[in-house]
Design a protein around this ligand. Structure first.
Ligand SMILES: NC(=O)C1=CN([C@@H]2O[C@H](COP(=O)(O)OP(=O)(O)OC[C@H]3O[C@@H](n4cnc5c(N)ncnc54)[C@H](O)[C@@H]3O)[C@@H](O)[C@H]2O)C=CC1
Ligand SMILES: NCC(=O)COP(=O)(O)O
Length: 340
């Protein structure tokens, strides 16, 4: 079924984490889930060792993007990126960082050159990359930087956690909670919502998405008695978005916008900080939610979880979120608006 269709690129992530495990396990489910062909970009030696450790019978073939789809049925296609070090499951090490970063760069480059349809990333350990001098908070900002360098256009990346029950976007991402208030601006909220509205239309088939905007403070500020940001920053941003024809509403008290009835009234929850978005997203769908980066000139999805070092090589890591990420990237690539 994959012959003639470009593959997806799957970066290895931190090789000491569960990325290799879930890639092997996802490949074994290719028929059951009718998975799109994917090309694993990473160290084949790590995959061989991990497959043995997990007692998984997965043939591995070293190849390139051109031949991956036709080989996918018979073997897991791998574009080799040597780590050059002994990788131990569950033991992160700074010397793995170079291979982790190179795999992401290669995946993006293949996508921008039209050799793969989308980029799916396995989890990275941010602290390991920071120790190696990586200058970005996470994939989201790194991918935007790679895209900007390749296209010459500045990109504003937007993180969205998407599952069957909830789509949630954090306006501020990996910053300390104490800095959230100072970072939130009317312009940041407006720009984030514009990117969300545009990508919901072009990549998710929702022509007029309903954006429910959360307040920052308890009870959305209670009329200014419990904080000023809701009235001073969030409310004017929503007014501007509505004037621009975007169906945004709020600010809503965040504690009551995620229950079942409330979720029927919107397509995307716009949240003011990381945990306001990611706690409900992971509570409602840890096993099958996907982390998507909006605002890029290419498609990027990822499992919603991290490296789970404690599970690497154990056989207890679930591949379900990675499978959902592969399936979402596949759907998005066919829905894609080529005018972007
Ligand atoms: N997209 C990415 O690259 C992401 C990377 N991270 C990174 O991952 C590292 C570890 O972060 P944590 O907060 O511990 O989150 P985590 O998601 O790795 O683990 C949280 C809990 O969920 C469990 N878990 C995670 N994935 C699972 C799976 N597939 N199957 C079964 N159980 C699973 C873990 O065992 C642990 O109990 C950090 O360095 C963080 O930066 C975290 C989130 C996303
Ligand atoms: N908490 C979500 C997360 O860490 C994912 O970040 P990114 O690496 O996709 O930017």
């Amino acid at each position: 079924m994959n012959d003639g269709v470009l593959p997806l690129a799957l970066s290895q992530g931190d090789p000491a984490g569960i990325g290799p495990d879930i890639a092997l396990q996802a490949w074994l489910r290719r028929d059951e889930r009718a998975l799109p062909a994917f090309l694993y970009i990473g160290d084949p030696a790590v995959l061989h060792v991990r497959a043995r450790q997990l007692d998984l019978d997965v043939p591995i073939v070293e190849t390139d993007a051109t031949h991956a789809s036709q080989m996918f049925q018979r073997a897991l296609p791998v574009l080799p990126i040597a780590t050059g070090v002994d990788v131990l499951a569950g033991k992160p090490h700074v010397s793995n960082a170079r291979g982790t970063i190179a795999a992401i760069e290669t995946a993006v480059s293949l996508c921008l050159s039209g050799d793969v349809r989308a980029v799916v990333t396995n989890p990275i350990a941010k602290s390991v990359l920071y120790e190696a001098g990586f200058g970005f908070p996470g994939h989201t900002e790194f991918l935007a930087d790679l895209a900007s360098k390749a296209t010459g256009e500045t990109r504003m990346p937007v993180m969205m956690l998407a599952g069957p029950k909830l789509r949630a976007v954090p306006v501020t991402i990996h910053i300390p909670l104490k800095d959230v208030s100072g970072t939130l601006t009317e312009a940041l909220i407006i720009e984030t919502c514009r990117v969300v509205a545009q990508d919901m239309k072009s990549r998710f088939g929702l022509p007029s998405p309903r954006l429910a905007v959360a307040g920052l403070n308890p009870h959305a500020g209670e009329g200014g008695a419990i904080g000023q940001e809701d009235d001073a920053i969030i409310h004017p941003a929503i007014r501007q978005l509505r004037d621009d024809g975007i169906d945004a509403f709020g600010p809503l008290p965040a504690d009551t916008m995620f229950h079942g009835d409330a979720r029927t009234r919107y397509d995307v929850a716009i949240c003011m900080y990381h945990d306001q978005a990611l706690i409900p997203a992971k509570a409602l769908g840890f096993d099958d939610s996907v982390n998507v980066t909006l605002g890029l000139p290419f498609i990027r999805t990822s499992p919603d979880h991290g490296t789970a070092f404690g599970l690497a090589g154990s056989g207890f890591a679930k591949e379900t979120s990675l499978v959902a990420a592969l399936e979402m990237a596949d759907r998005m690539s066919f829905a894609q608006d080529t005018s972007r």
